[in-house]
Design a protein around this ligand. Structure first.
Ligand code: FES
Ligand SMILES: [Fe+2]
Length: 354
């Protein structure tokens, strides 16, 4: 078996976009636990239950809703929103053990977060924020791709954007991305890694040339903020060369794009890659929206193909292979260190200050 990054169970994970959870039952597997998700008729709040009927383990996500209750599609065991069985066929007495797990679930910033670990430790205040996803002043496109790789490989991929030059050349990569050194800051206590790359005079890749209309060279700032284990934010600011983008986003000549990923381990060697691109320019322009959705999907699929391939290559080797790390890997190595600590500490949640 190749190396697999262990799961940090006592953490919040994105399980779906808010718009994916509805009155249709949705099945998703998080940290190896199959879940069924839906919204109540009563007030629309999201519910997350274990996706296996306690009777013969039929998937509840392949069953149906009766009001706010799930009726198992096999023999009719019926569960309420707390996972308690309220009906079994053929007898009055409901066995005391007839229940499925109900997971803590929170809807925030257009995302549905779940907690798989010890429910007593689930503190919604500790969910990292991505307010731009629900900001009416921005336009957001989203997608999700399952990848057959260790989630640690996706963390590595996102922490080091020098790969844009090679894997995404002609899309989002230009020579300056790989050539410009990074600065890295690590907040061990809060479990946050920041990696910045500021390019003062760079080629404008098609992703930005076609969405902003800028012709010629640009100032391009990439500021990554990774909230281990699940939420990755890339604050991207670009402007025609010579204009320094203001950090607070107030620069009228700057174009601000928030690129969000949620890295949610689905099972061993499987990860959900949630991606979103939010922009503060041309927000009503449907053509730009369609372009960014299609173009970013193409870019994400370049990563998906590369990571599927990399996992297969690693999987064919015995464990304990050697890697060689260089400066560009500083952020990724810090992220691995924090993930290892979160797994080891198990039940100690991060000290997150909102
Ligand atoms: S498997 Fe669900 S009722 Fe039998
Ligand atoms: Fe990539």
């Amino acid at each position: 078996m190749p190396h697999m990054t262990a799961f940090a169970r006592n953490q919040w994970y994105v399980t779906a976009y808010a718009h994916e959870v509805s009155r249709e039952l949705l099945g998703r597997t998080i940290l190896g636990e199959p879940l069924v998700l839906y919204r109540t008729e009563e007030d629309g709040s999201p519910v997350a239950l274990a996706d296996r009927c306690v009777h013969r383990r039929y998937p509840l996500s392949e069953s149906r809703l009766d009001g706010d209750r799930i009726v198992c599609g096999y023999h009719g065991f019926t569960y309420d929103t707390t996972g308690t069985c309220v009906y079994v066929p053929g007898q009055k007495r409901i066995p005391r053990t007839a229940r499925v797990a109900a997971y803590p679930v929170v809807e925030q910033d257009a995302l549905i977060w779940v907690w798989i670990g010890d429910p007593a430790l689930a503190d919604p205040q500790r969910i990292p924020r991505a307010p731009h996803l629900a900001d009416p002043a921005m336009t957001t496109v989203t997608g999700m791709e399952p990848i057959d790789c260790d989630y640690g490989l996706l963390v590595d991929n996102l922490m080091d954007l020098s790969h844009e030059t090679y894997l995404h050349g002609g899309y989002i990569g230009t020579p300056e991305v790989a050539e410009t050194p990074i600065t890295t800051e690590v907040d061990e206590g809060a479990g946050i890694v920041r990696v910045s790359r500021h390019m003062d005079d760079a080629e404008c890749p098609p992703f930005y040339a076609r969405s902003t209309g800028i012709q010629g060279r640009i100032t391009r700032w990439q500021d990554i903020e990774y909230h281990a284990p699940c939420l990755y934010l890339l604050h991207s600011r670009i402007a025609p060369v010579g204009v320094v983008p203001e950090a607070d986003g107030s620069d009228p000549n700057g174009f601000h794009t928030e690129i969000t990923y949620a890295i949610t381990p689905s099972g061993p060697g499987k990860v959900y890659d949630f991606w979103a691109v939010s922009r503060d320019f041309a927000t009503d322009d449907e053509e730009v929206t369609t372009f960014l959705r299609d173009f970013n999907h193409t870019v994400v699929m370049q990563d998906v193909d590369a990571l599927n391939l990399l996992q297969r290559a690693l999987g064919s080797e015995p464990a304990g292979y050697q890697e060689l790390s260089i400066n560009i890997d500083t952020g990724g190595l810090a992220a691995r260190r924090i993930l290892a600590r979160l797994v080891g500490e198990g039940d100690k949640p991060l000290e997150r200050v909102q």
